[in-house]
Design a protein around this ligand. Structure first.
Ligand code: ADP
Ligand code: MG
Ligand code: MG
Length: 252
């Protein structure tokens, strides 16, 4: 079982401290939801873990099975088994979705151990069918002219094709209608198991009606201020965030 540990993580953007000491430990087999009001640093957490150059880690650690993730280049993080939704350029002209997926899979494999074309196509067809995607999505250029819902579905397709150790999904549910939300959730639930851990970042509780998290964390002002089980998300849905602010004496 792999473990992703985030320890006392401090992150700055343009010299401004956004994350002020985040601690989280995610094991494979677990789904963690991170919730919180807008602007509290949820996306910053995801970007910092994946190594976006704009996000400067000033203190703390990110460890994957004890290995220092922060020392790794972005592509090395992916090779080590971390996946961040939307980590790829939104549109790459001249590269089909299928070509892109195949090279992404091969980038994770040793030279000489590339996935066989037939095996790749079988897996792609199976997963696209599962996600109720039009088969012509595979021959379209990556993200070119994809609708919002198609992009999110495609992100889940990437996840199912790449089978990372950990998937970090930021706002995978925003802008989705209920049908697309159900399909996206179906994909994540399909991946769920001993070999997959996930950090699902969401502003809304509704995604968690379809994906039952093992743990729920609330972020405010750059810190995880409260953690619990799925009942925490249910309380947030019913009562919002004010009670947490009151409980912890957080000022607006
Ligand atoms: P969340 O995902 O929780 O809504 P973000 O991580 O996107 O929060 O943003 C946290 C804070 O960092 C906000 O105050 C936001 O204004 C600021 N911020 C985010 N991205 C940038 C950026 N590229 N440059 C400057 N400030 C930013
Ligand atoms: Mg935001
Ligand atoms: Mg965000």
């Amino acid at each position: 079982t792999s473990v992703l540990e985030i320890k006392n993580l401090h992150v700055e953007i343009d010299g401004k401290e956004i994350l002020k000491g985040v601690d989280l430990t995610i094991k494979q087999g677990e789904i963690h939801a991170v919730m919180g009001p807008n602007g509290t640093g949820k996306s910053t957490l995801a970007q910092a873990i994946m190594g976006h150059p704009r996000y400067e880690v000033t203190k703390g650690e990110v460890l994957l099975d004890g290995e220092d993730v922060l020392e790794m280049e972005v592509d090395e993080r992916a090779q080590a088994g971390l996946f961040l939704g939307m980590q790829y350029p939104s549109e790459i002209s001249g590269v089909t979705n299928s070509d892109f997926l195949r090279s992404a899979i091969n980038a994770q494999r040793e030279e000489g151990d590339e996935i066989k074309l037939m095996q790749f196509i079988k897996k792609l067809d199976k997963n696209m069918e599962f996600l109720e995607m039009d088969l012509d999505m595979s021959t379209r250029y990556l993200n070119e002219g994809f609708s919002g819902g198609e992009k999110k579905r495609n992100e889940i397709l990437q996840l199912m094709m790449l089978e990372p150790k950990f998937g970090i999904l930021d706002e995978i549910d925003s802008g989705l209608d209920i049908d697309a939300l159900k399909v996206v959730s179906k994909g994540i639930n399909e991946l769920r198991g001993d070999d997959f851990g996930s950090l699902i970042i969401t502003h809304y509780q509704r995604l968690l009606n379809y994906i039952t998290p093992d743990y729920v964390h609330v972020m405010m002002k750059g810190r995880v201020v409260k953690s619990g089980g799925k009942e925490l998300a249910e309380r947030l849905e019913a009562e919002g965030y004010d009670w947490i602010k009151e409980e912890l004496g957080i000022e607006d």
